[in-house]
Write a protein that binds this ligand. Structure first.
Ligand code: DLZ
Length: 194
């Protein structure tokens, strides 16, 4: 069953730069979520070269990666000046984090960053610790930096629950789409608050 979220709003994403950091655990599900998020960014007018995708091993690593991706884009854009052009690195949608500063610099500061992960409960307390830390970590990065961090982390009990939230089970809703739309709305709003 799909819980009803807010009715989608239309926002113009054409002036936005959006980062996406995703974990590689549960990759088949991540793939669907990532595709959904990117589809909505593009549909909202975000230019493909202004979408930078980075990966980390697991959800635990999302907060530090989001924080570094954002900081690198801030530092590089202030030293390079605004209007820096897109570089070759952006041709690859999933660059390694070692290329992070260059990739971030090539697009300038991000207006929003989407963190995507899929945590599936196992037999131990591992899930509880990671879910709690990751959600708190991402909120901290968001508030400490004044950057909208979209919470694209599924915390589910079974594989099927995850698939039902990634548009993989027939007729299911892809929550990645909601995250793409949230990134555009929050990116536009952040610009108006600046
Ligand atoms: C270790 C682990 C486990 C058991 N489960 C998941 C998971 O369901 N989803 C996920 O994104 N990552 C998982 N990880 C990996 C941790 O997030 C992390 O990458 C490692 O503990 C290394 O720090």
């Amino acid at each position: 069953m799909h819980n009803k979220g807010p009715a989608p709003q239309v926002h113009d994403g054409s002036g936005l730069r959006i980062g996406i950091v995703h974990a590689r655990w549960n990759d088949a599900i991540i793939e669907g979520l990532l595709a959904g998020a990117k589809a909505k960014l593009l549909e909202s007018g975000v230019v493909e070269s202004n979408i930078v995708v980075q990966t980390v091993p697991g959800a635990w690593e999302l907060p530090i990666a989001v924080q570094r991706l954002y900081s690198a884009s801030q530092v590089q854009s202030s030293s390079a000046g605004s209007g820096s052009t897109a570089g070759d690195l952006l041709g690859s949608s999933t660059a390694d984090l070692t290329t992070l500063p260059a990739a971030a610099a090539a697009t300038g500061p991000f207006d929003a960053i989407i963190a995507i992960g899929v945590l599936i409960k196992g037999e131990t307390m591992h899930f509880e610790y990671i879910s709690d830390s990751v959600s708190q970590g991402l909120m901290r990065v968001s508030l400490d930096n004044g950057i909208p961090v979209i919470f694209g982390v599924l915390t589910v009990l079974t594989d099927d629950q995850a698939k039902a939230r990634a548009g993989i089970l027939a007729g299911s809703h892809n929550h990645g789409e909601d995250w793409g739309l949230a990134a555009v709305e929050m990116g536009v709003k952040r610009k108006s608050w600046a």
